[in-house]
Design a protein around this ligand. Structure first.
Ligand SMILES: NC(=O)c1ccc[n+]([C@@H]2O[C@H](COP(=O)([O-])OP(=O)(O)OC[C@H]3O[C@@H](n4cnc5c(N)ncnc54)[C@H](O)[C@@H]3O)[C@@H](O)[C@H]2O)c1
Length: 255
Protein backbone atom coordinates (compact mmCIF):
# COMPACT_ATOMS: atom_id res chain seq x y z
CA UNK A 1 0.00 0.00 0.00
CA UNK A 2 2.55 2.54 -1.13
CA UNK A 3 -0.08 5.20 -1.87
CA UNK A 4 -2.44 4.59 1.03
CA UNK A 5 -5.12 7.33 1.25
CA UNK A 6 -3.42 9.44 -1.39
CA UNK A 7 -5.60 11.31 -3.88
CA UNK A 8 -4.11 10.92 -7.34
CA UNK A 9 -5.23 12.58 -10.57
CA UNK A 10 -4.08 10.78 -13.71
CA UNK A 11 -4.77 12.47 -17.03
CA UNK A 12 -5.44 10.25 -20.03
CA UNK A 13 -6.17 7.29 -17.75
CA UNK A 14 -8.72 5.83 -20.17
CA UNK A 15 -6.04 4.03 -22.15
CA UNK A 16 -2.49 2.72 -22.30
CA UNK A 17 0.00 3.93 -19.70
CA UNK A 18 -2.56 6.08 -17.86
CA UNK A 19 -4.93 3.13 -17.52
CA UNK A 20 -2.15 0.84 -16.25
CA UNK A 21 -1.08 3.54 -13.78
CA UNK A 22 -4.65 4.10 -12.56
CA UNK A 23 -5.03 0.38 -11.84
CA UNK A 24 -1.67 0.15 -10.07
CA UNK A 25 -2.12 3.34 -8.03
CA UNK A 26 -5.58 2.19 -6.91
CA UNK A 27 -4.20 -1.22 -5.91
CA UNK A 28 -1.57 0.62 -3.86
CA UNK A 29 -4.28 2.40 -1.90
CA UNK A 30 -4.81 5.65 -3.82
CA UNK A 31 -8.16 7.20 -4.65
CA UNK A 32 -7.67 7.62 -8.38
CA UNK A 33 -9.27 10.31 -10.50
CA UNK A 34 -9.41 9.39 -14.16
CA UNK A 35 -9.17 12.73 -15.99
CA UNK A 36 -9.90 11.66 -19.54
CA UNK A 37 -11.74 13.19 -22.49
CA UNK A 38 -12.84 9.82 -23.93
CA UNK A 39 -15.96 9.13 -21.89
CA UNK A 40 -16.41 5.51 -22.90
CA UNK A 41 -12.84 4.53 -22.02
CA UNK A 42 -12.76 6.62 -18.87
CA UNK A 43 -15.93 5.01 -17.55
CA UNK A 44 -14.65 1.55 -18.44
CA UNK A 45 -11.46 2.02 -16.41
CA UNK A 46 -13.44 3.49 -13.52
CA UNK A 47 -15.63 0.39 -13.49
CA UNK A 48 -12.68 -2.03 -13.79
CA UNK A 49 -11.03 -0.47 -10.75
CA UNK A 50 -14.18 -0.21 -8.64
CA UNK A 51 -15.20 -3.78 -9.55
CA UNK A 52 -11.81 -4.96 -8.29
CA UNK A 53 -12.65 -3.39 -4.91
CA UNK A 54 -10.48 -0.28 -5.22
CA UNK A 55 -11.47 3.38 -5.58
CA UNK A 56 -11.65 5.32 -8.82
CA UNK A 57 -13.66 8.25 -10.12
CA UNK A 58 -13.96 9.24 -13.77
CA UNK A 59 -14.29 12.96 -14.48
CA UNK A 60 -14.60 13.86 -18.13
CA UNK A 61 -11.83 16.36 -18.79
CA UNK A 62 -10.14 17.99 -21.73
CA UNK A 63 -6.76 19.01 -20.32
CA UNK A 64 -6.38 21.67 -23.01
CA UNK A 65 -9.47 23.60 -21.85
CA UNK A 66 -8.83 25.77 -18.81
CA UNK A 67 -12.50 25.87 -17.75
CA UNK A 68 -12.61 22.10 -17.87
CA UNK A 69 -9.46 21.79 -15.79
CA UNK A 70 -10.91 24.18 -13.20
CA UNK A 71 -14.13 22.16 -13.04
CA UNK A 72 -12.11 18.99 -12.49
CA UNK A 73 -10.00 20.51 -9.73
CA UNK A 74 -13.07 21.93 -7.96
CA UNK A 75 -14.88 18.61 -8.14
CA UNK A 76 -11.91 16.72 -6.71
CA UNK A 77 -11.44 19.26 -3.92
CA UNK A 78 -15.17 19.17 -3.05
CA UNK A 79 -15.08 15.41 -2.83
CA UNK A 80 -11.67 14.67 -1.30
CA UNK A 81 -10.39 18.01 0.04
CA UNK A 82 -6.83 17.42 -1.17
CA UNK A 83 -4.72 16.43 -4.17
CA UNK A 84 -1.53 14.51 -3.39
CA UNK A 85 -0.43 13.28 -6.81
CA UNK A 86 -0.76 14.63 -10.33
CA UNK A 87 0.34 12.37 -13.18
CA UNK A 88 0.36 14.56 -16.30
CA UNK A 89 0.12 11.69 -18.75
CA UNK A 90 -2.45 12.53 -21.44
CA UNK A 91 -1.29 13.39 -24.93
CA UNK A 92 -2.13 12.90 -28.57
CA UNK A 93 0.45 11.05 -30.59
CA UNK A 94 1.40 8.94 -33.49
CA UNK A 95 -1.77 7.09 -34.39
CA UNK A 96 -2.88 7.37 -37.98
CA UNK A 97 -6.36 7.85 -36.50
CA UNK A 98 -5.09 11.04 -34.94
CA UNK A 99 -6.58 14.16 -36.47
CA UNK A 100 -3.15 15.72 -36.59
CA UNK A 101 -0.46 14.30 -38.78
CA UNK A 102 2.89 13.62 -37.21
CA UNK A 103 5.39 15.09 -39.64
CA UNK A 104 8.76 16.83 -40.00
CA UNK A 105 8.73 20.60 -39.50
CA UNK A 106 8.46 21.52 -43.19
CA UNK A 107 5.36 19.37 -43.54
CA UNK A 108 3.70 20.55 -40.33
CA UNK A 109 0.97 23.14 -40.91
CA UNK A 110 0.71 25.82 -38.23
CA UNK A 111 -2.74 24.51 -37.29
CA UNK A 112 -1.38 21.04 -36.49
CA UNK A 113 1.60 22.55 -34.65
CA UNK A 114 -0.74 24.65 -32.50
CA UNK A 115 -3.09 21.76 -31.83
CA UNK A 116 -0.36 19.32 -30.81
CA UNK A 117 1.41 21.88 -28.60
CA UNK A 118 -2.02 23.04 -27.40
CA UNK A 119 -2.83 19.62 -25.97
CA UNK A 120 0.50 18.00 -25.16
CA UNK A 121 2.29 20.99 -23.65
CA UNK A 122 -0.56 23.32 -22.67
CA UNK A 123 -2.40 20.47 -20.95
CA UNK A 124 0.56 19.85 -18.64
CA UNK A 125 0.84 23.59 -18.02
CA UNK A 126 -2.88 24.03 -17.25
CA UNK A 127 -3.17 21.03 -14.96
CA UNK A 128 -0.04 22.08 -13.06
CA UNK A 129 -1.10 25.73 -12.91
CA UNK A 130 -4.36 24.87 -11.16
CA UNK A 131 -3.13 22.06 -8.92
CA UNK A 132 0.17 23.51 -7.68
CA UNK A 133 -1.59 26.20 -5.55
CA UNK A 134 -3.45 23.41 -3.74
CA UNK A 135 -0.20 21.51 -3.17
CA UNK A 136 1.53 24.71 -1.99
CA UNK A 137 -1.29 25.20 0.49
CA UNK A 138 -0.95 21.60 1.68
CA UNK A 139 2.85 21.98 1.82
CA UNK A 140 3.12 18.67 0.01
CA UNK A 141 2.57 17.29 -3.43
CA UNK A 142 3.95 15.13 -6.12
CA UNK A 143 3.87 15.75 -9.86
CA UNK A 144 4.99 13.26 -12.49
CA UNK A 145 5.08 14.39 -16.10
CA UNK A 146 5.03 11.99 -19.01
CA UNK A 147 7.37 13.16 -21.76
CA UNK A 148 9.01 10.88 -24.33
CA UNK A 149 12.33 9.90 -25.82
CA UNK A 150 11.20 12.33 -28.53
CA UNK A 151 11.82 15.12 -26.03
CA UNK A 152 15.35 13.92 -25.33
CA UNK A 153 16.65 12.76 -28.70
CA UNK A 154 16.40 13.92 -32.30
CA UNK A 155 13.76 11.38 -33.29
CA UNK A 156 12.79 12.27 -36.81
CA UNK A 157 9.27 12.74 -38.13
CA UNK A 158 7.14 14.19 -35.37
CA UNK A 159 8.54 17.64 -34.80
CA UNK A 160 5.61 19.32 -33.05
CA UNK A 161 5.20 16.29 -30.77
CA UNK A 162 8.93 16.34 -29.99
CA UNK A 163 8.88 20.08 -29.27
CA UNK A 164 5.98 19.60 -26.84
CA UNK A 165 7.77 16.72 -25.12
CA UNK A 166 10.99 18.76 -24.89
CA UNK A 167 8.96 21.57 -23.34
CA UNK A 168 7.64 19.16 -20.72
CA UNK A 169 11.21 18.22 -19.78
CA UNK A 170 12.20 21.89 -19.34
CA UNK A 171 9.01 22.56 -17.40
CA UNK A 172 9.71 19.62 -15.10
CA UNK A 173 13.12 20.98 -14.13
CA UNK A 174 11.93 24.53 -13.51
CA UNK A 175 8.86 23.38 -11.56
CA UNK A 176 11.10 21.17 -9.39
CA UNK A 177 13.36 24.15 -8.68
CA UNK A 178 10.56 26.65 -8.03
CA UNK A 179 8.28 24.51 -5.87
CA UNK A 180 10.70 22.26 -3.95
CA UNK A 181 10.54 24.70 -1.04
CA UNK A 182 6.87 23.80 -0.61
CA UNK A 183 7.73 20.11 -0.31
CA UNK A 184 6.51 19.48 -3.84
CA UNK A 185 8.48 17.05 -5.99
CA UNK A 186 8.31 17.17 -9.79
CA UNK A 187 9.77 14.41 -11.95
CA UNK A 188 9.49 13.25 -15.52
CA UNK A 189 9.34 9.91 -17.30
CA UNK A 190 10.59 9.57 -20.88
CA UNK A 191 9.10 6.37 -22.26
CA UNK A 192 10.58 4.62 -25.26
CA UNK A 193 8.23 2.71 -27.56
CA UNK A 194 5.42 1.35 -25.41
CA UNK A 195 2.76 -1.04 -26.69
CA UNK A 196 -0.37 1.09 -26.31
CA UNK A 197 -3.13 2.21 -28.71
CA UNK A 198 -1.04 5.33 -29.41
CA UNK A 199 1.46 3.36 -31.49
CA UNK A 200 -0.40 0.10 -32.15
CA UNK A 201 -0.89 0.87 -35.84
CA UNK A 202 2.74 1.82 -36.19
CA UNK A 203 3.74 -1.46 -34.54
CA UNK A 204 1.61 -3.32 -37.09
CA UNK A 205 4.20 -2.36 -39.70
CA UNK A 206 6.92 -5.06 -39.35
CA UNK A 207 9.69 -2.73 -40.60
CA UNK A 208 8.91 -0.08 -37.99
CA UNK A 209 8.33 -2.67 -35.28
CA UNK A 210 11.77 -4.15 -36.05
CA UNK A 211 13.32 -0.72 -35.57
CA UNK A 212 11.51 -0.22 -32.25
CA UNK A 213 12.70 -3.62 -31.08
CA UNK A 214 16.35 -2.81 -31.89
CA UNK A 215 17.13 -1.33 -28.44
CA UNK A 216 19.34 -3.09 -25.89
CA UNK A 217 16.47 -5.07 -24.36
CA UNK A 218 15.25 -6.08 -27.84
CA UNK A 219 11.55 -5.40 -27.33
CA UNK A 220 9.01 -2.63 -26.94
CA UNK A 221 7.82 -1.78 -23.43
CA UNK A 222 4.56 -2.61 -21.68
CA UNK A 223 2.30 0.10 -20.21
CA UNK A 224 2.68 -1.56 -16.79
CA UNK A 225 6.43 -0.85 -16.94
CA UNK A 226 5.70 2.87 -17.15
CA UNK A 227 3.11 2.53 -14.38
CA UNK A 228 5.79 1.01 -12.13
CA UNK A 229 8.07 4.00 -12.77
CA UNK A 230 5.22 6.43 -12.13
CA UNK A 231 4.42 4.62 -8.87
CA UNK A 232 8.03 4.85 -7.71
CA UNK A 233 8.18 8.58 -8.49
CA UNK A 234 4.78 9.19 -6.85
CA UNK A 235 5.55 7.31 -3.66
CA UNK A 236 7.76 8.07 -0.67
CA UNK A 237 10.29 5.58 -2.02
CA UNK A 238 11.60 8.45 -4.16
CA UNK A 239 11.34 11.06 -1.38
CA UNK A 240 14.73 12.67 -2.15
CA UNK A 241 14.26 12.71 -5.92
CA UNK A 242 13.04 15.80 -7.73
CA UNK A 243 13.78 17.30 -11.15
CA UNK A 244 14.68 13.85 -12.49
CA UNK A 245 14.27 13.14 -16.19
CA UNK A 246 13.99 9.36 -16.22
CA UNK A 247 14.09 7.38 -19.46
CA UNK A 248 12.09 4.15 -19.26
CA UNK A 249 13.05 2.89 -22.66
CA UNK A 250 14.71 -0.53 -22.60
CA UNK A 251 18.06 1.22 -22.95
CA UNK A 252 17.31 3.10 -26.18
CA UNK A 253 18.73 6.39 -24.91
CA UNK A 254 21.96 4.65 -23.87
CA UNK A 255 22.89 3.83 -27.47
N1 LIG B 1 3.15 4.69 -26.50
C1 LIG B 1 4.37 5.14 -26.70
O1 LIG B 1 5.17 4.53 -27.41
C2 LIG B 1 4.83 6.41 -26.02
C3 LIG B 1 6.19 6.71 -26.07
C4 LIG B 1 6.65 7.85 -25.42
C5 LIG B 1 5.76 8.66 -24.74
N2 LIG B 1 4.44 8.36 -24.72
C6 LIG B 1 3.57 9.23 -23.93
O2 LIG B 1 2.92 8.46 -22.94
C7 LIG B 1 1.69 9.10 -22.57
C8 LIG B 1 0.56 8.07 -22.57
O3 LIG B 1 0.34 7.63 -23.90
P1 LIG B 1 -0.14 6.14 -24.25
O4 LIG B 1 0.97 5.48 -24.93
O5 LIG B 1 -0.74 5.52 -23.06
O6 LIG B 1 -1.23 6.50 -25.36
P2 LIG B 1 -2.82 6.28 -25.42
O7 LIG B 1 -3.23 6.93 -26.69
O8 LIG B 1 -3.12 4.85 -25.19
O9 LIG B 1 -3.36 7.12 -24.17
C9 LIG B 1 -3.44 8.52 -24.17
C10 LIG B 1 -4.72 8.92 -23.47
O10 LIG B 1 -4.76 10.35 -23.35
C11 LIG B 1 -6.09 10.78 -23.63
N3 LIG B 1 -6.08 12.18 -24.05
C12 LIG B 1 -5.51 12.70 -25.16
N4 LIG B 1 -5.75 14.02 -25.22
C13 LIG B 1 -6.47 14.34 -24.12
C14 LIG B 1 -7.03 15.55 -23.65
N5 LIG B 1 -6.91 16.70 -24.32
N6 LIG B 1 -7.70 15.54 -22.47
C15 LIG B 1 -7.85 14.38 -21.78
N7 LIG B 1 -7.37 13.19 -22.21
C16 LIG B 1 -6.68 13.18 -23.38
C17 LIG B 1 -6.54 9.84 -24.73
O11 LIG B 1 -7.96 9.83 -24.89
C18 LIG B 1 -5.97 8.52 -24.24
O12 LIG B 1 -6.89 7.87 -23.39
C19 LIG B 1 1.52 10.24 -23.56
O13 LIG B 1 1.97 11.44 -22.97
C20 LIG B 1 2.44 9.86 -24.70
O14 LIG B 1 2.85 10.98 -25.45
C21 LIG B 1 3.95 7.26 -25.36
Amino acid sequence: MRLENKVAIITGAGSGQGRASAKLFAKEGAKVIIAEWNEENGKKVEQEINDAGYEALFIRTNIAEEENVLELVNEVMDRYGKIDILFNNAAIGFSARSKYKMAPLLETPLEDWNNILGINLNGTYLMSKHILPIMINQKSGNVVNNSSLNGLLGVTGADAYSAAKGGIIALTRVMAVDYGKYNIRVNCICPGAIDTPMISEVLDDPEIAKNYEAGPLGRVGKPEEIANAALFLSSDESSYITGLIMPVDGGWSAI
